[in-house]
Design a protein around this ligand. Structure first.
Ligand code: 13P
Ligand code: SF4
Length: 301
């Protein structure tokens, strides 16, 4: 059944001049029909440079919205419109406006896990792959407000030694990963390295060997010489890790770290969205333009 759906998707994709972008947390069968699988930064870059007329975004709402911000002339589809990121909804544009007023001259660094309206009120975006670089690019005398992920912000603060004002957002999926889980896995596999995502809490990052974006985890595995890697992020990434480096055994720090929103997309929904060219991402121009400036400031680095 899935194979038949996948064949129809590939046929329709050609007919509609579409490209399928999938995040590293997507279901295995969705990753397998995608043209590109990657982290948020890699997918934004791809969305900006493709000449396809249609982008089918297999990820969550803010990711498809970023593609829409970058490519207003393209049809951007999110196969399930309910696939949102709870962290992105932890700050509104109104809340950001009143927070900004507290810090004269503030620069707002906005994690891409945010709505277009919030990006429109920000100076520069970042992803987990370039957050440290983005903060380092800001003049040292300016105050910074980092939104919405307090834990990524805290990680950046420690990496750069720079004081940041943090908004108290967080990712519920990464909150499931604990230092106790890491200690248990280390006991079972003492020779393995532990990689976690910087959305994890500081005590989890302290207990790990490295904190990396999902793309960073994939690259780390490519040059890893050990036999076992312990992975502390959404478990969907393990499919791609096995596909690229099957000789390594991958152990999730916590097998319950599953993002229900990422899992809303399935092959049937991808096929339906390609057939109907729906559900589409629509962003009002007066929001898209200022949001684009914040995304472009990031991509220009
Ligand atoms: P990456 O940018 O590392 O792929 O992370 C996106 C995300 O939503 C992590 O929860
Ligand atoms: Fe959002 Fe967390 Fe899911 Fe990433 S894993 S999309 S941050 S809820």
């Amino acid at each position: 059944m899935d194979k038949n759906v996948a064949v129809q998707i590939i046929k329709l994709k050609k007919e509609k001049n579409a490209i399928i972008l999938a995040h590293n947390y997507q279901r295995p069968e969705v990753q397998d029909v995608a043209d590109i699988t990657g982290d948020s930064l890699e997918l934004s870059r791809k969305a900006a440079e493709t000449d396809a007329e249609v982008i089918v975004f297999c990820g969550v709402h803010f990711m498809a919205e970023t593609a829409g911000i970058l490519s207003p002339e393209k049809t951007v589809l999110l196969p399930d419109p309910e696939a949102g990121c709870p962290m992105a909804n932890m700050i509104t544009a109104e809340q950001l406006k009143s927070e900004k007023a507290k810090y004269p001259g503030v620069q707002v660094v906005c994690y891409v896990n945010s709505t277009a309206a919030v990006k429109a009120e920000s100076d520069i975006c970042c992803t987990s792959a370039n957050a440290v670089q983005v903060v380092r690019s800001i003049a040292p005398d300016l105050p910074i407000l980092f939104i919405p992920d307090q834990y990524l912000g805290h990680y950046v603060m420690r990496q750069t030694g720079r004081e940041l004002n943090l908004w108290p957002g967080y990712c519920p999926t990464h909150m499931k990963i604990t230092p106790k889980d890491i200690a248990e896995k280390r006991k079972q596999y003492p020779e393995a390295k532990v990689l976690v995502h910087p959305e994890c809490r500081p005590d989890v990052i302290d207990a790990a060997d490295e904190a990396l974006s999902t793309g960073g985890i994939i690259r780390y595995a490519r040059s890893y010489e050990g036999k076992i890697l312990i992975v502390g992020t959404e478990t969907g990434i393990i499919h791609r890790l096995i596909k690229e480096n099957p000789k390594i055994e991958y152990v999730p720090v916590n097998e319950k770290a599953i993002c229900p929103n990422m899992k809303r997309i399935n092959l049937e929904k991808v096929l339906l969205s390609l057939k109907n060219l729906e559900p589409r991402i629509e962003i009002p121009e007066n929001t898209r333009r200022p949001a684009l400036a914040a995304v472009e400031n990031m991509l220009a680095l």
